[in-house]
Design a protein around this ligand. Structure first.
Ligand code: GDP
Length: 308
């Protein structure tokens, strides 16, 4: 159980740009503190663009994130980043990538960056990260980037949290094939071939095009663009942010954004209900004995769990 914080004061400070207050609130949220309902009530609402960013280690996720932050800051938007490492047991700490990114934005109150560990968390990756995204929205961030390492199930889960998911590739890493295998190609909305300055970038774009031509798509579905970037010197970033905006407009025009958000909200409610029920498991032990001994029936046991 974490230390109690003054929730209303921290929320006010976080909204005014205090990264420390934002960090405290996220920590309380993650640590399953009894203050969670107060925190969620005080931060309900908000409306951020949620951007998923995924790709293998070394493709340039941190560098690209930093470039995207700069582009959105230039538009006056407040930007938060959750760097999710599904294999890490630590939380709130600074991984190397964070330090790289922080260096560029360390003095900017409009930017908040945090690494999120998910191993061992109750409720699963998407549920815990989803709650953090919602909190950041409620604190007034205009863009929340959820970045994940590697290619696999974790990415697919994280993509379900994002309005727009970017799959980042780099030349010569064999990523295109891997991404297809892991099903990440289907969940990405925009493909980004980073390190466009390196030989082989055009070949990677061609591979992706060829791959996409094999995927069957219904008429009227979103057609994923492929954007070449050179994250280190912000090359292609304007085109990338424009494609992200295009995708968002497409989602709105086709009534997808609201539907996706409702779907996510329902998943969040289910996760919270599961969580609440977990607190009843000790009661459940007792009830199981009573049910096994024939002292009560199963629905009487259910009523006891839910009324408790
Ligand atoms: P991550 O592991 O996916 O977060 O990748 P990083 O952002 O840490 O980048 C990995 C390496 O690629 C670093 O040495 C970056 O400087 C380098 N890098 C990133 N973007 C580019 C680029 O556009 N061109 C080149 N040549 N190198 C890049």
């Amino acid at each position: 159980m974490s230390k109690k914080i003054d929730v209303d004061k921290q929320v006010a400070e976080a909204r005014a740009g205090s990264r420390r207050a934002t960090a405290r609130l996220l920590t309380a949220l993650e640590s399953d503190s009894e203050q969670v309902p107060h925190i969620t009530a005080a931060t309900a609402g908000g409306n951020a663009k949620v951007i998923g960013l995924t790709g293998s280690p070394g493709v340039g996720k941190s560098t690209l994130t930093s470039a995207l932050i700069s582009a959105w800051r230039a538009q006056g938007l407040r930007v938060a980043v959750l760097a999710v490492d599904p294999s890490s047991p630590f939380s709130g700490g600074a991984i190397l990538g964070d330090r790289v990114r922080m260096a560029d934005h360390a003095l900017d109150d409009g930017v908040y960056i945090r690494s999120v560990a998910t191993r061992g968390h109750l409720g699963g990756l998407a549920a815990t990260t989803g709650a953090s995204v919602r909190l950041l929205e409620g604190l007034g961030f205009d863009v929340v980037i959820v970045e994940t390492v590697g290619v696999g199930q974790a990415e697919v889960e994280i993509a379900s949290l994002a309005d727009t998911t970017l799959l980042l590739l780099a030349p010569g890493m064999g990523d295109a094939i891997q991404a297809v295998k892991a099903g990440v190609v289907e969940i990405a909305d925009v493909y980004v071939v980073n390190k466009a300055d390196r030989p082989g970038a055009d070949a990677t774009v061609r591979d992706m095009r060829a791959m996409m031509s094999l995927v069957r798509r219904e008429a009227g579905e979103w057609r994923q663009p492929i954007v070449k970037t050179q994250a280190e010197d912000a090359g292609g970033i304007d085109e990338l942010t424009a494609e992200i905006d295009n995708h968002r407009e497409w989602l709105i025009k086709h009534d997808r954004l609201a539907a996706m958000r409702r779907h996510r909200a329902w998943a969040e409610i289910r996760a919270a209900v599961d969580d609440r029920l977990r607190h009843h498991y000790r009661v459940g032990d007792d009830l199981a004995a009573q049910l096994a001994d024939g002292d009560i029936d199963v629905y009487a046991a259910v009523r006891k769990v839910l009324d408790d």
